[in-house]
Ligand binder design. Structure first.
Ligand code: G3P
Ligand code: CA
Length: 348
């Protein structure tokens, strides 16, 4: 009898604590491993995604482009000379193309079969980051990223989601290699095609998100580039609205008809002055929340060159500012720092 009383007393004590922990977890902003953990490994490699998972990222983020044979692979750009050894391996394949209205010279994924791309090795894109892993890793397919997230979810005992982005969707559609159908097909085959699947699909263009809204139930996220720019599908359609225009409350309401969230460049929330000091935060987070949209700004980076003077060289200070402002997640090159900052934020 006494034992039962102890148990009941223990439960009474624990229940509010457990409820509080569950509530904190449900409010916790997501850490999205931007291009994996690309502060430490060449971006968009399985090693980069694995490290982000190891560091506690909730989602890993593959940017997607197409091969010549219609396979989705993870690269930030279809021009891959900055992130692979393609120039050394296929010198004769150099080409000049117009991508989203810009002339680009280099080597393009759509000119290579998957078998050819698999002979390449990734390298670090930025001169000031670690180059000791150059030459080690392949260009992964989207399927390999899905497989990794599922395998690691089992191994870690927690769900690791994926956050694929369609890169240059209008361009790829124009050359007969549309990204949407293979993306949706892969997610359906993975059983990740429901509203509550651990997936967000993101794009800087609107039309492909609207199309996918009719094809699959997973949450969609509209990305915002610099304020004066326009989504490239708007450029093609002669729609004059800029990304800045699309932050207005009535536009957010329209976006909420097909998307569950927005991914703004962080300077669209906390602007900066010409001397790089920060402006006061605006109402974008609040406006988006009022429209029913989650807010996942990008990109958070540790290096001093990316930090505003107010943070005094401390990258955690930047995360904590945005967490306090109410963001629902952050794209980070350094998932370990993001997780550490989130722990501090949640303990306060
Ligand atoms: O997708 C969020 C963020 O990744 C957008 O920027 O250029 O790194 O793909 P980008
Ligand atoms: Ca991206």
């Amino acid at each position: 009898m006494r034992f039962l009383q102890y148990c009941l007393a223990f439960l009474a004590l624990m229940t509010p604590m457990l409820e509080e922990a569950a509530m904190a977890a449900s409010k916790a902003p997501l850490v999205i491993g931007h291009r994996g953990a690309c502060g430490y490994r060449p971006e968009h490699t399985l090693a980069s995604y694995e490290l982000a998972i190891e560091m506690g990222a909730d989602f890993i983020e593959p940017d997607l482009v197409s091969t010549k044979d219609g396979v989705l692979v993870a690269r930030h750009e279809n021009e891959i000379s900055g992130t692979t050894d393609v120039a050394e391996k296929f010198p004769a394949r150099k080409a000049t193309k117009t991508i989203d209205g810009q002339k680009v010279e280099g080597w393009f994924t759509e000119d290579f079969t998957l078998a050819e791309l698999k002979t390449l090795r990734a390298k670090e894109r930025l001169e000031f980051r670690d180059h000791s892993h150059d030459g080690k890793y392949e260009v992964p397919t989207f399927q390999e990223v899905i497989d990794l997230a599922k395998k690691q979810s089992l191994a870690k005992g927690r769900t690791i989601g994926i956050y694929p982005e369609t890169k240059h969707p209008t361009y790829f559609r124009s050359i007969g290699l549309g990204l949407e159908a293979p993306l949706v097909k892969a997610l359906k085959a993975a059983g990740w095609d429901k509203a509550d699947s651990p997936v967000f699909i993101q794009s800087f263009e609107i039309q492909n998100l609207k199309d996918m809204h009719a094809m699959i139930d997973v949450p969609l996220v509209f990305l915002y580039d610099e304020p004066d720019m326009r989504p490239y599908d708007f450029v093609v359609a002669n729609d004059k609205r800029t990304y800045a225009d699309l932050t207005k409350p009535e536009e957010l309401k329209a976006i909420a008809a097909f998307a569950k969230g927005i991914g703004p460049w962080k300077r669209l929330i906390v602007g900066e002055n010409p001397d790089k000091t920060l402006k006061a935060p605006n109402s974008l987070i609040e406006d988006a929340h009022k429209a029913g949209l989650v807010v996942h700004p990008y990109t958070f980076r540790n290096e001093a060159r990316y930090l505003a003077p107010e943070y005094k060289g401390d990258p955690e200070a930047e995360y904590i500012q945005f967490f306090k402002l109410g963001v629902d997640g952050v794209f980070s090159d350094f998932s370990d720092t993001a997780v550490k900052a989130r722990d501090k934020f949640l303990k306060k």
